[in-house]
Design a protein around this ligand. Sequence first.
Ligand code: NAD
Length: 496
Amino acid sequence: MTSIIGHWIQGRHVTGSAQRTSPVFNPATGEQTGTVHLASTEEVDDVVASAVVAAQAWQRIPLSRRTAVLFSFRELLHAHADELAAIVTAEHGKVLADAAGEVARGLENVEFATAVPQLLKGGYSEQVSSGVDVYSLRQPLGVVAGITPFNFPAMVPLWMCANAIAVGNAFILKPSEKDPSVSLRLAELWQEAGLPDGVFSVVQGDKVAVDALIAHPQVSALSFVGSTPIARYIYEQGTARDKRVQALGGAKNHMVVLPDADVDMAADAAVSAGYGAAGERCMAISVVLAVGDVGDRLVEAIAARIPRLHVGDGTVPGADMGPLITAAHRDRVAGYIDDGHKAGARVVVDGRSADLPDKGFFLGATLIDDVDASMSVYQDEIFGPVLSVVRCATFDDALKIINANTYANGTAIFTRDGGAARRFQSEVEVGMIGINVPIPVPVAYYSFGGWKASLFGDSHMYGPEGINFYTRAKVVTSRWPDPATSTVDLGFPQTR
Ligand code: NAD
């Protein structure tokens, strides 16, 4: 028996017309556990219609009451964190501790959004001319939509919806069809927190639903997180229809290790950032740039750690790394190991030979040395537990390699030299930088975003840029006559 996974419209679960469906798997067993209904254009139109009505009412609700809903939602997320993590693990496969981390990072964004009365404050300039004052305010856009990837099915929606709703919009979520269930639990918690029906909706679907959201004239803005080709498509199609679009794409993140680095610390970081969540993170480290003579020591230290990683069902205590999202994706990732070998790289640890469960979409941690920038294993976003090592003679060579890469989401440097770190942060052309920190995901009160093919548009996600993205600025210039000329008795002597 597989469950039916439908939409959330006007505050209730709605089974779709089911003209088209998609299977949902437990990647740890390989078994189909659900069937998600994929929305038609007409179904998306219905969702938008209910969101339009809800947005008009929600933006008029006093800020203090909107803020109270955010606080209640925060409490509910906190209380249900383990339950949400379990739903994520059941459909994504990441280990429970990792799923709990995902929920915690999403929750940070709700906490940020509880400060919305402060975040929406405008400026005021008194008496810029005789009797003239100027002030600014920010107003919501109306209906906004979020299209999210499979790899963070709870966190990425929370990156978007907390701010979008706090500032007065209605938000429509189109989750990944690969792990759609947690979005529906988030919807129930929003409702329990007191959010009026229609302000948060979930429409399940694929390209058809996304295209319907892009085409709909009453959807004012699109937030997208996913792969680069789709990010580019959504940015081009959305902006061509005069929508606001922020579209975050794929990644190929480099970690530079200088010869003076603490090799054990760097190896621990490379293992956790390369193989955590089976490498299915947009901030995963994919390439280690080993500078000077650190290469042999570093490769040896990473290889020594890999057998200690327990690969298995994420619900079982002790598992460090779960499966990949689908069998097809696992096979594609495994294909890169052969590609690297054929291109002349050295496969130090081959994840296909690891001790893996019989069922499910598993692949062990893989380490490939002597990779160069011409190889597909270097050029492509693999999105799996495959770590490549590129040897470089100097710091400048490492910098050049990173700056020549198409992607520019995150990067990290490991060194004991403050001067090198300072030069790195200044000269590297990447959006998020870690210094002795392998996965530098900004806290919720900064904003998240890469450069180049990792971001289309100029607005980063969440934090202050999220507040700006989901609001429009207004500046009011107002003139009131001088009190001396007032016809109303102001109750004090008119001396001027
Ligand atoms: P994806 O691009 O395949 O899908 C993302 C979303 O787009 C899903 O909701 C999907 O249903 C929809 N979609 C897929 N094909 C579409 C099409 N042809 N037209 C319209 N919509 C379509 O990405 P994914 O496989 O779910 O996620 C992994 C990718 O996301 C990786 O490339 C990863 O780097 C990236 N990612 C980036 C960030 C970031 O912040 N930059 C964060 C997480 C994931």
